[in-house]
Design a protein around this ligand. Structure first.
Ligand code: ZN
Length: 247
């Protein structure tokens, strides 16, 4: 088993109040995601209604990759916790943002844009194309795969251009969407992955599990240099300071 420490965060509200969602995810979306990751990583879960949303300084200090699912309660996430997660991403923690978490405070803060999109919920087919086949997140996938029943998300998706776009979705109704987007922010890596609507069995699908598993490995911190910023009065090389003697 890899030593990568994963925290799966879920707002865990739909499952408590909606029978239809509970039927699909009886123990919560976080538990479903944690279950398929457990064989490969050191996995814990955290939810919105825990103290500090389950994301204490200690939990985040011991998290290499944080997975985020939210939808109806983005506004209930305290800004102070968002700032804490943001600071950890800058330090190198990976962040995987799923589906409706495109509107989460943390994702919008990291993107600096509205993250708005078009949507429709009729359970149509989604075909996800791998458009960057050499990318680590594409490992083990076919050229394309299908989610039989999905909520449609359509362009324009108001995000900054991804550093790497791994997936592109086509929907039965005709729309397109940038479904797998990679970013570097500070020392951290961020991956947005589109599928994951709460009333469909998306997180039980093999290809979806493969993508999220690959994304954890990709987003995990690397032992890179510690970057410092600010004034450098002493040059690295010997340089004679310039003096204008013409005056
Ligand atoms: Zn949804």
């Amino acid at each position: 088993m890899s030593s990568i420490r994963v925290t799966v965060w879920n707002e865990f509200r739909h499952e408590k109040i909606d029978e239809k969602v509970r039927a699909v995810y009886p123990d919560g979306i976080h538990t479903a995601i944690a279950s398929f990751l457990k064989g490969n990583f050191d996995v814990k879960t955290a939810t919105l209604d825990e103290p500090e949303h389950g994301l204490t300084d200690e939990v985040l200090a011991n998290t290499d990759v944080l997975i985020w699912w939210g939808h109806m309660a983005h506004g209930d996430v305290k800004d102070e916790i968002v700032d804490r997660v943001y600071a950890r991403v800058m330090e190198g923690m990976g962040l995987i943002v799923l589906h409706s978490a495109h509107f989460s405070k943390i994702f919008r803060k990291l993107m600096g844009s509205t993250c708005n999109l078009k949507w429709r919920e009729i359970g149509e087919k989604e075909r996800i194309y791998v458009i960057e086949p050499g990318h680590p997140i594409a490992k083990g996938l076919p050229e394309y795969f299908e989610v039989p029943h999905a909520e449609m998300y359509g362009e324009r998706f108001d995000i900054p251009a991804p550093d790497t776009q791994v997936f592109l979705s086509w929907f039965q109704g005709g729309e397109l969407f940038r479904s797998g987007c990679c970013y570097h922010r500070g020392a951290g890596k961020v991956f947005y992955f589109r599928p994951g609507h709460e009333t469909y069995k998306v997180f039980y699908q093999k290809e979806i599990q493969t993508v999220i598993t690959n994304a954890v490995r990709w987003a995990a911190p690397v032992a890179g240099p510690t970057v410092t910023f600010g004034h450098r009065p002493e040059p690295i090389e010997d340089v004679t300071p310039y003096e204008d003697k013409s005056a």
